[in-house]
Write a protein that binds this ligand. Structure first.
Ligand SMILES: Cc1ncc(COP(=O)(O)O)c(C=O)c1O
Length: 477
């Protein structure tokens, strides 16, 4: 008999060190409420417990308290992850057919919102950092150009921080966008912990964004799927609430809601000590990383303080380990971490692995990660920096995304798709950023990127074709 999911979870969780989400890291000493969240208190919206979509009692009070803790005018609790916040936010600020300016490295939920509301995107490509072969910060010039060329756009949507922890100059970007009358949505899914301690950068709420979406579960001690949406004005909050009532479940889990509320209270009452612990754990990792000879950790060890090409700043909770300068790739590094050290990373790319830390991490967990890297590093050899550029490449759009997404299609082996217009979204997960979306023309670089991601055993999600190795392209384009 194959094991049940529960059996597998019970068996593997006690031995694996999670360098992945959720941010509580099963640390029930830090967040004792996590132990209580079980069937005994699993209810629905009954008398005395308020209604998430028409809150006027305990949930309203809890959301108001969260707004105070995060410095927002209004805050909504989300139980369908940042995804539901992003869909709702974009629909709250656009009308069908509107033009939006957005960074091309947005999460797939942003693209789904484009399709749902028939929006026309103008993409800003983030800069690149060739030392690490990752997407870097957004340039102000690129945003200025996009605004100048698309005066009809009313909304700017950006992701900050990125999966690897790269941040852009949000206060300046937001001021620029506001000067041109744009409403700014920031996908801060990876940054719910920002703005509480000088060790971490400020958050998008204090930078003045109109709507900010944060996944609490990614870095803070809250259950998976929990997130927040912060909104800057009453009018926007009203529209946001209307959209959440469309996209979000009508049966919100009180276990998830209680986990959000408890996490907010923990932040309110123990902010300083919790962030000091996390900082101490990250600094302990830094000491270990100083001993690495071949593996490089973005912003840590010998890399700390280095000027990084096109990177405005980093937020230190992400431990992105690059294998570009040694004789193994990200996939091999992840296998070694798993097999020899029972460490499970968050993201694996052909050129590195991402260790995602969370507030539940301790000096012990991060030293264990550092020691594992040191041991692996000691048997590696230096290699010529790999020449292949393994970042999601630029592709060009020929047909509006919402049209192409529904148009008739045929399927082709991916190797033969060069020059065809895509009929589907293809996403490498994580990070969940589409490599191509409907209406874009597949090119050789994108094909090579997808084949490398597949070879590195990444999950590839396709929205229409269902045969491995094939892609859906427009029949009539
Ligand atoms: C940048 C970004 N935005 C949004 C999301 C969606 O967040 P959630 O999984 O909480 O719905 C993700 C998920 O990985 C993400 O990486």
């Amino acid at each position: 008999m194959p094991k049940s999911l529960l059996e597998l979870l019970e068996e593997s969780c006690p031995i694996t060190l999670p360098l992945h989400m959720p941010g509580h890291k099963r640390n029930t000493q830090l967040a004792p409420y996590l132990k209580t969240l079980a069937a005994q208190i699993d209810i629905t919206e009954i008398k005395g417990f308020d209604h998430l979509h028409a809150a006027e009692g305990i949930l309203l009070e809890a959301m108001e308290q969260a707004a105070t803790v995060f410095g927002a005018k209004h805050t909504f609790f989300l139980v369908n992850g940042s995804t539901v916040g992003i869909l709702s936010a974009i629909r709250a600020v656009t009308a069908p057919g509107d033009h939006v300016i957005m960074s091309r490295n947005c999460h797939k939920s942003v693209y789904n919102a484009l399709m749902l509301n028939n929006l026309r995107p103008c993409f800003i490509y983030p800069q690149t950092n060739m030392d690490y072969q990752i997407a870097a910060s957004l340039s102000l010039t690129a945003i200025e150009q996009a605004i100048a060329q698309h005066s009809e756009a009313r909304v700017l949507i950006i992701t900050c921080p990125t999966y690897e922890g790269v941040i852009s100059d949000l206060p300046v970007i937001i001021r620029l966008a506001h000067r041109h009358g744009l409403t700014v949505i920031v996908d801060e899914a990876h940054g719910s912990h920002l703005g509480f301690s000088p060790y971490f950068p400020g958050n998008a709420v204090s930078a003045g964004a109109d709507i900010v979406i944060q996944s609490l579960h990614k870095t803070l001690p809250s259950l998976t799927q929990t997130a927040l949406a912060h909104v800057r004005s009453d009018a926007l909050a009203h529209e946001m609430q209307r959209q959440l009532a469309i996209f979000e479940t009508t049966s919100p889990s009180f276990l998830l809601l209680a986990s959000i509320d408890s996490c907010v209270r923990l932040l309110r009452d123990h902010q300083e000590e919790m962030f000091t612990h996390w900082q101490t754990a990250l600094e302990a990792f830094h000491q270990k990383a100083l001993g690495l000879s071949h593996l490089r950790v973005l912003g840590y060890g010998a890399e700390r303080g280095r000027n990084l090409e096109n990177v405005f700043g980093l937020e230190p909770s992400k431990l992105y380990v690059s294998t570009l300068h040694c004789d193994i790739g990200g996939y091999e590094l992840a296998e070694l971490l798993r097999a020899q050290f029972s460490i499970e990373p968050e993201m694996i790319t052909p050129q590195g692995v991402l260790g995602m830390t969370g507030m539940g991490d301790t000096v012990q967990t991060l030293e264990r990660f550092g020691d594992a890297l040191l041991q692996i590093d000691s048997v590696l050899s230096a290699a010529k920096v790999k020449k292949t550029r393994l970042m999601a490449p630029r592709v060009y759009s020929k047909v509006p995304i919402a049209t192409a997404e529904r148009a008739p299609f045929i399927v082709l082996p991916i190797q033969e798709a060069e020059g065809y217009v895509m009929a589907e979204t293809i996403v490498v997960y994580p990070p969940g950023i589409p490599v191509v979306v409907p209406g874009e023309v597949m090119n050789r670089e994108a094909i090579d990127y997808l084949l490398a991601a597949k070879a590195a055993h990444n999950t590839i999600l396709r929205s229409r074709s269902d045969v491995d190795g094939q892609v859906a392209v427009l029949r009539d384009a």
